[in-house]
Write a protein that binds this ligand. Sequence first.
Ligand SMILES: *Cc1c(COP(=O)(O)O)cnc(C)c1O
Length: 456
Amino acid sequence: MKKQVPYQIHLSESEMPKQWYNIMADMKELPEPALSPVTKKPATLEELRQIFPTGLLEQEMSTERYIDIPEEVLEKYKMFRTTPLHRAYNLEKFLKTPARLYYKYEGQNPSGSHKLNTAIPQVYYNKLEGIKRLATETGAGQWGTALATACSFYDIDCTVYMVRVSYDQKPYRKILMQTFGATVHPSPSVHTEAGRKILAEDPNSSGSLGIAISEAVEDAVTHSDTNYALGSVLNHVILHQTIIGQEAVLQMEKIDEYPDIVIGCNGGGSNFCGFAFPFLKDKLNGKSNTKFIAVEPLACPKLTKGVYTYDYGDTAGMAPIAKMYTLGHKFMPPGIHAGGLRYHGDSPLLSKLYHDGYIEAVALAQADVFKAAIDFAKTEAILPAPESSHAICQAIKEAVKCRETGEEKVIIFNVSGHGYLDLAAYDNYLSGKLDSDNICIDEELEKSLKELPKLE
Ligand SMILES: *Cc1c(COP(=O)(O)O)cnc(C)c1O
């Protein structure tokens, strides 16, 4: 008999966690420090203060286990949190699996993804320090939308450098950002030295995330009232996202369940880590044997094919150098539809924990991922983002294994966002026009790994 729990497990407003969980308190060894791209020595607080507020830098380096969520941030979270934990009864039935499947869904806010969980505190800490404007980059637009939304809550100006090709081809997220009051420049733009330089060489440049980061960082460095904001990778971003996993821990306790397998998709690590770390705490303390799986695209396989070394966070080599799993900052992944997973590097925290064997990783092909997305949409009534569908696809694979072995495993996964602005991607899949995602990875990798920064 299957255990009877509701389709949705809710937390009341007063049950929402009031602190973020910092995994560094429970790690046996900490990740190595970030290096300055200029001196190649550990980045100093002074250097980082040029673009980030002290409140966030303190969190970046903190080893306190729990950090209070400011009252004002909690109030904003309450507009769209807590998010329910869903029991995937219909997906289980469809898969004929004895496994019990649970998922968190983070798509129910205007930005459509988990990214608003960090955008709000990031804007809050910048506002506290008198910052008037934030500059950032965005690829497909999820992060830009989240930051624009949070800036509108706090009446802060927001400038988004959006990769030119997305700006032209994906107008809806641009319109969404403008709706929330952001200024959106196609990147490369004429507004920065970095952008003008690229345009002088190639007036028709379609841009890249690396160029957009360079523009946003330059904008922040050259304006004293302006800071830079990053939507993933950094410790403080992951800290903010632990609201997801802490809610999930409480929700699982409510129904007296504990996960055997925890799954999330991995771009820069923020939704996976935010979801997984509150469960991983038990494993680090020898109290559980749960399996953790980070899922990446075959087209951008940093954990499964990359190397663990110091590399630049951006293509242009302006961002701090971090010890992480990387494909090399010059690596150009094929243009797959899960744009949020096309980052060459990864979170230093996730990289360290993966390197030390606490976390596993798999890489999946686009066609399998879209098939899983559609099976999920049909059974669970949510159209998932292509990024999130990587987690769904792996959860389905694990559930199918259980069907074969008869094991009643408890599998929990994170659905990081919705796919309503990714319909062109679904259209490509349905009409058989998905590009191949497994072309020349090895060749491209061999080239890009030669361009890792030379230290010493
Ligand atoms: C940005 C994004 C991701 C990837 O970023 P992470 O930092 O790895 O979480 C995944 N899913 C969605 C919906 C996103 O918008």
